[in-house]
Design a protein around this ligand. Structure first.
Ligand code: SF4
Length: 353
């Protein structure tokens, strides 16, 4: 009874009250829906919106994206973080263009088989683009369902994932799966928000267990606390005339494929004197030059906090660096490269762009 009520009221709210307007809503092109979903993973809609518009303009079709130069795509992505998304997105676009004739798969299983696409994104594309009966289950959906039904099974447990997935399937309005999925995501994003939900405006408040029993602050439940690792990065900006030395970060760590100045990572924060005693610094063929401290920035990622300190060193001429992967780049050409957010903020602050 409460399940039928939930679906009916949610769909009614979506049709008559929900005014959340975003450019990818009502979109039927699977490529554009996929683009929006990849951009919106771990990103708020308002932050992702300008990126979505830029990508659609630069690459209006999956074939155009597949043909794009890697560096240009990373440049456009710059600032969004979670660069693995960008890497997988490009790989998937190339796979679709080369192996599937530039056409998105039209079945759920085919969509799910694509790189970087999990059950949530597959359900979103399948229901929005093709009206297939698959329910989305994301953070918004977990929150709304756990509160409305008063479910305290941890959402990050195997059992929780099964319980919520089955419930979401049962509640789905199969005659309009796209509309229903949009409705529950919008309700979670705009009304049943993590903090201070607007229960007064909620279409399903009448039977909401959390509302009636004062459990809103307790639900949803998570079993694991996220462990956040602190890392200390020391960037040395090596200048020679009008060039700066940068290199591309390699695989297996954060910010893969992005560029950065010379990096010395340490287990604690170092000042310039301590930094000059580190092996990476001593290996540089630079004689007794003194580092100048330029400032520090902090960036929070999901599992890590990166504390970055920046130092500069002005050389008479470009030197042969111990690491072969890097290069000396003219300062006015730096904007052609993609950098992690912290490095970009620093370079912008120092008016390199
Ligand atoms: Fe969420 Fe409040 Fe609506 Fe319950 S009544 S679903 S807690 S917004």
């Amino acid at each position: 009874m409460n399940k039928k009520y939930f679906t009916k009221e949610l769909v009614r709210w979506h049709a008559h009250v929900n005014m959340r307007s975003l450019p990818w809503k009502e979109e039927k092109d699977a490529y554009k829906i996929w683009l929006s979903e990849i951009i919106l993973q771990q990103t708020r809609a308002q932050q992702g919106l300008p990126y979505y518009l830029k990508f659609v303009e630069a690459y209006p079709s999956v074939k155009k994206l597949a043909r794009a130069e890697e560096e240009s795509v990373y440049r456009l992505w710059q600032g969004l973080g979670y660069y693995n998304r960008c890497k997988n997105m490009l790989a998937t676009a190339r796979y679709i263009a080369e192996e599937l004739g530039g056409k998105f798969p039209k079945e759920y299983e085919g969509i799910l088989a694509l790189k970087g696409i999990g059950p949530y994104t597959a359900a979103a594309i399948a229901s929005f683009a093709y009206g297939l009966p698959y329910a989305v289950v994301d953070g918004n959906v977990y929150r709304v369902l756990s509160r409305y039904f008063g479910i305290d099974t941890p959402i990050d447990s195997t059992e929780g994932k099964r319980v919520f997935a089955e419930l979401a399937d049962e509640l789905l309005d199969k005659s309009d799966s796209g509309g229903y999925n949009q409705a529950i995501m919008d309700l979670g994003a705009t009304v049943c928000t993590p903090q201070n939900p607007n229960c007064g405006e909620c279409p399903v408040q009448k039977h909401c267990v959390a509302y009636k029993q004062g459990l809103i602050g307790e639900l949803p439940v998570k079993s694991k606390k996220l462990k956040v690792r602190k890392r200390y990065f020391h960037y040395i900006l090596l200048h020679a005339a009008d060039t700066l030395w940068i290199h591309k970060r390699s695989a297996g760590d954060i910010w893969e494929n992005l560029h950065e100045p010379l990096l010395v990572e340490h287990t604690s924060q170092l000042d310039s004197k301590e930094l000059q005693k580190q092996e990476a610094y001593l290996l540089l063929p630079i004689g007794k030059q003194v580092l100048t401290f330029e400032g520090s920035l902090s960036q929070k990622l999901t599992h890590q906090t990166v504390e970055s300190r920046f130092f500069s060193l002005h050389l008479d001429k470009a030197i042969q660096m111990p690491e072969n992967a890097g290069k000396w780049v003219k300062i006015k050409e730096l904007k052609k490269y993609a950098f992690p957010k912290t490095v970009l903020s620093f370079l912008e602050k120092k008016l390199y762009f």
